[in-house]
Design a protein around this ligand. Structure first.
Ligand code: SF4
Length: 384
């Protein structure tokens, strides 16, 4: 299977209040150190990698890749091309925030070959943006979307968050309606989770954040899905929606067991058997580079048979296409007894179509519960 490459750009203009990603507000001198270390890390991976070098997708994520100079992105791409085969690449994505998008930057990224932009909008409501700690205004997000929508041939996605403190389903749907005015071919929306160690975590524990109740949360999700469906964007993964042919190939690769190499602090790689994570903190990552990127300083995870099966089931169910029973049998040597699915089929939450098991409309809000139930039952599958 072709390779995917991910570059983690760990810098942001300002840390958002809900964010626990590997991202920091750092001066130019630190950004340069990250850039130089990443170039070396790519060279080292190029020497070590023994798998297929044909690259299908490249994704620059973060952090905020749009805050670093385009010359850094250019040199990283040159380095990737020197080590891997990017001649038949199908998708190159850049994550962008509205406050660091300009016409000049967009032109430079286009010249470098980026054909897809993922824009972190999160909300169009000034109070919600302030609460989240975002640096852009509603007008800034609108201007950024206008610029992206006017760029010929560019695919772009808008990201929103729902389930914000004090948010109602109506307010979330207004955000979604506003985004749809710019006709993005792709939309992602994620429910807010309060992550440990963030400002939101502190406020939550102090009782200063009142999150929507379960009913309002579910209404935001299901009404959001329905609105997108009416506008021609289908749910291809629990949080991702697109017009036909505009799905994010890079993320699909993650859900479909493609191998990927990832560069930068906290970046995760996978060679088809093992997963690993680079040192998470920026200082640790830079020091790791100075030491010659020893494997022992990475976190490693070799999945056993049970964990691999669980991953196939859970990643499959997250996608509209579900998981295929023949593929499970070939890959894991396991055949599910039909009785495993009966409860959810009777409840019209799950269906089997042409050998695949997939969620039905009623099942999506119960994804976690269904997944846990099936996984509990995978403890007693038929070994082929
Ligand atoms: S812009 Fe994104 S990565 Fe940066 S702090 Fe905000 S949420 Fe985190």
């Amino acid at each position: 299977m072709s390779l995917q490459l991910y570059i983690h750009v760990p810098f942001c203009e300002k840390k958002c209040h809900y964010c626990d990603f590997a991202s920091w507000e750092s001066p130019a001198v630190t950004q340069r150190k990250w850039f130089e270390t990443t170039l070396e890390e790519i060279d080292r991976a190029g020497k070590q990698w023994t798998g297929d070098r044909k690259v299908r997708t490249v994704f620059f994520g973060g952090g905020t890749p749009s805050v670093v100079p385009a010359s850094f992105l250019e040199k990283i791409l040159v380095k990737l091309r020197a080590n891997f085969d990017l001649s038949s690449i199908e998708e190159m994505t850049l994550e962008v925030n509205p406050s660091s998008l300009t016409n000049d930057k967009l032109n430079a990224w286009r010249q470098l070959g980026f054909g897809r932009v993922s824009l972190g909008v999160q909300s169009f409501d000034p109070d919600e943006l302030k609460l989240l700690g975002r640096v852009h205004s509603p007008e800034g997000a609108q201007a950024a979307l206008e610029l992206l929508a006017s760029e010929p041939g560019l695919r772009f996605s808008g990201d929103l968050i729902f389930g914000l403190p004090g948010q109602t389903p109506e307010r979330f749907l207004q955000n979604l309606e506003m985004l749809l005015q710019y006709d993005p071919g792709h939309v992602s929306f994620y429910g807010l989770t309060v992550e440990a160690g963030t400002m939101f975590d502190r406020w939550h524990r102090d009782g200063k954040l009142v999150l929507p109740d379960g009913e309002a949360y579910q209404a935001m999700y299901s009404e959001g899905v329905a609105l997108l469906k009416r506008r021609g964007l289908h749910r291809y993964e629990v949080s991702n929606f697109s017009k036909p042919g505009k799905e994010c190939l890079h993320n699909q690769g993650y859900w479909r067991d493609a191998p990927y190499l990832a560069f930068g602090p906290g970046a995760h790689g996978y060679d088809g058997v093992r997963r690993w994570m680079n040192p998470h903190d920026l200082e640790d990552y830079l020091r790791w580079g100075e030491q010659g990127f020893p494997d022992a300083s990475r976190e490693w995870d070799e999945l056993d048979a049970e964990a691999r099966l669980a991953e196939t089931v859970s990643l499959g169910l997250r996608q509209a296409q579900g998981f295929n029973l023949v593929e499970v049998e070939l890959k894991h040597g396991i055949r599910f007894p039909v009785s495993v699915f009966e409860k959810w089929e009777t409840a019209k939450c799950l269906e089997r179509v042409k050998g695949s098991v997939r969620l039905m409309d009623e099942g999506w809000p119960l994804l976690d519960e269904i997944c846990a139930d099936l996984l509990a039952k995978t403890k007693h599958p038929v070994v082929v």
